[in-house]
Design a protein around this ligand. Structure first.
Ligand code: F6R
Length: 607
């Protein structure tokens, strides 16, 4: 959620902090700020809203100093105002924080009794005042921070600087924090992506670690207070800046990148000599022998798991459970011996998914993860990892990460079906061929962009919208509704088409468009009946189907888009694309902030 960066070195840090915050803005963008140390004084500049507001303020009051911290915020406690923006500071100490301090009220009351004056509504400010109070009691910086952090309950990553010390302190409890090793300068940041332009040498703190940095030395203490080492690795992250190119929004660029990145992801699974889909054998072995496979994720990544359940059960004949991480992690689900838990995440940092993973680890499950962001915490804590090769996804609404997650899960399902003998060689060849055609078919679907825009123009002022589909189109309907809600702020719900008459059909009237995902598959006749039920109640159908589907149901659809003949195996991957385009164009017509929609953050590192 919030992004943290800290630098201690021999150069002016203010512009470098801002550049780092630009790479962290995906984590939160409701306010931002930096603090530096100059002539034993803490200088601070903070601004409400996007980072550009901070940049403009800094033009008037550039901060000097070789030590500094920066923060981009996603509000938890306290509104997104300048006053609540980080860094929080007294004249002695400044702190940036990502996470939630659960016992802050109790500490605040105690500090207020000791005449501490609070200036914000945040939980973070208690950290500042605790440290400050300890310093005033005569403790040295290290001791003051240790005593303060020992009081905290909850999750945090912090970076702390002092007016009178050539020192920066970091700590991690449940929320990621990376160290960067430079030449006469050291760094802290929420992720290796932010550090990549500054240094290739990084290490990651583990939970309970505290780190003390000067410009030339790094000392890490573990949870027990013993000096420890964390492996230093050369980051594989690119330091290059990702731009929008000729596109108006990152989201549109990322939608258009799908033929290429799905192709890259597929190629990583195509065996170079046989041309078969191949998945590392240890992964297949664990999955094949597991008495139960449990797939866990959040949001869009969960919908990828929902589709995968159809593939695993219908094609590979393997039973699998799917769950949203925020529910699973607290349900204390009993897990079988030799079970496998599979986690799907774009960021690899989603806290609920990570905690679900840790629960499964305690239950002795083999941990497999599918992640997009390299060097993430979920990757580091997994037994086996498969990377989606979507590249950096900057738009908050997930698009190319979703279709590459689906591609990866489809490849696993196919390789597993073959290994288990659930399909014969001819079927395997047919399904592999369907996978190989995806990039070409995805590119063709993008040609419908303008038609979809014309529909968007006619429905952009609606209050509600429904999405429906059957079988693997059901999760895509849910994903379509989520995408629309996120970026256009229109209320939308996705339903299994067969479920409509059990309640949601009451919502239908001429003001509610219904997006129907209706590939001409074995359930087409069923969905055709559902469409007629909608039309009979005045509903306006936006239908996505193939040639046969469109021609047989044209008279019932207010709008229809014919997206080519697609093999049912890969239909969920390809039908996701027009649905993304529809949401994008509706939001663009409405003029919302598509890449950074209100209230959202790309990486959800708090509960
Ligand atoms: C929706 C979206 C979210 C994420 C969810 C999980 O467009 O992006 O629903 O899918 O927050 O995030 P990751 O995949 O990073 O674990």
């Amino acid at each position: 959620m919030c992004g943290i960066i800290g630098i201690i070195g021999d150069k002016q840090v203010s512009p470098i902090l801002v550049e780092g915050l630009k790479r962290l803005e995906y984590r939160g963008y409701d306010s931002s700020g930096i603090a530096t140390i100059a002539n034993n004084n803490i200088q601070r500049c903070r601004a409400e809203g996007k980072l550009v507001n901070l940049e403009n303020k800094l033009k008037q009051s550039n901060l000097s100093g070789n030590i500094g911290i920066g923060h981009t915020r996603w509000a938890t406690h306290g509104e997104p105002t300048e006053n609540n923006a980080h860094p929080h500071a007294t004249s002695n100490v400044a702190v940036v924080h990502n996470g939630i301090i659960e016992n802050y009220k109790e500490i605040k009351e105690e500090l207020e009794k000791a005449q501490c004056k609070f200036n914000s509504d945040t939980d973070t400010e208690v950290i500042v005042h605790l440290i400050n109070h300890n310093l005033n009691q005569g403790m040295k910086a290290q001791e003051a921070v240790n005593a303060a952090l020992d009081r905290l309950e909850g999750a945090y990553a912090v970076a702390i600087i002092f007016s009178d010390e050539e020192l920066m302190i970091g700590a991690r409890q449940g929320t990621p924090l990376a160290i960067g090793y430079g030449d006469n300068q050291m760094f802290l940041a929420s992720d290796s992506y932010a550090l990549a332009p500054l240094t290739r040498k990084i290490s990651f703190l583990e939970d309970g670690d505290r780190v003390f940095l000067t410009k030339s030395e790094v000392t890490i203490y573990d949870e027990q207070g013993n000096i420890t080492q964390r492996p230093i690795r050369i980051t594989a992250q690119s330091g290059a800046t990702t731009g929008k190119g000729e596109y108006k929004h990152f989201m549109l660029k990322e939608i258009y990148e799908q033929p290429a990145v799905i192709g890259d992801t597929l190629n990583s699974f195509i065996h170079p000599s046989t041309g078969h889909i191949s998945i590392p054998k240890e992964i297949l072995h664990s999955l094949e022998n597991a008495p139960r496979i449990t797939m866990v994720a959040c949001g869009t990544a969960f919908y990828a798991c929902m589709v995968a359940k159809y593939w695993f059960e219908q094609i590979a004949k393997i039973h699998c459970e799917i769950d949203i991480a925020s529910e699973f992690r607290y349900r204390e689900s009993p897990m079988p011996e030799d079970g496998v838990a599979l986690f799907v995440s774009q960021s690899g940092e989603t806290l609920d998914t990570l905690e679900a993973l840790r629960y499964c680890r305690k239950q002795n499950q083999k941990i497999i993860s599918i992640v997009n962001t390299i060097e993430s915490t979920i990757e580091r804590e997994s037994d086996y990892v498969l990377h989606t090769l979507a590249g950096p996804e900057i738009g908050v609404a997930s698009t190319k990460a979703f279709t590459t997650q689906l591609t990866t899960l489809a490849c696993i399902a196919l390789a597993l079906s073959k290994r288990k003998g659930a399909i014969d060689t001819a079927k395997e060849a047919e399904l592999a061929e369907a996978l190989r055609h995806i990039p070409k078919q995805a590119a063709k679907i993008l040609n419908h962009d303008n038609e979809i825009l014309q529909i968007a123009k006619q429905v952009s002022d609606v209050k509600d919208m429904l999405y429906m589909g059957r079988s693997m189109m059901y999760p895509i309907a849910m994903e379509g509704a989520l995408k629309l809600k996120e970026i256009s702020y229109i209320h939308a719900e996705g339903y299994a088409a067969g479920e409509l008459k059990h309640g949601p059909i009451a919502l239908i009237d001429e003001t509610v468009p219904i997006v129907v995902l209706a590939p001409n598959d074995y359930l087409f006749d069923k969905i055709a009946s559902n469409i007629q039920e909608i039309v009979a109640r005045g509903g306006k159908v936006i239908m996505f189907s193939d040639k046969k589907g469109v021609s047989s149901l044209k008279e019932y659809s207010r709008w229809s888009i014919e997206i080519g003949n697609i093999h049912p195996f890969v239909a969920p991957i390809l039908y996701a694309i027009p649905v993304q385009l529809l949401s994008y164009h509706i939001a663009a017509v409405k003029g919302t902030d598509i890449d950074q929609p209100r209230n959202l953050a790309k990486s959800v590192t708090v509960e």
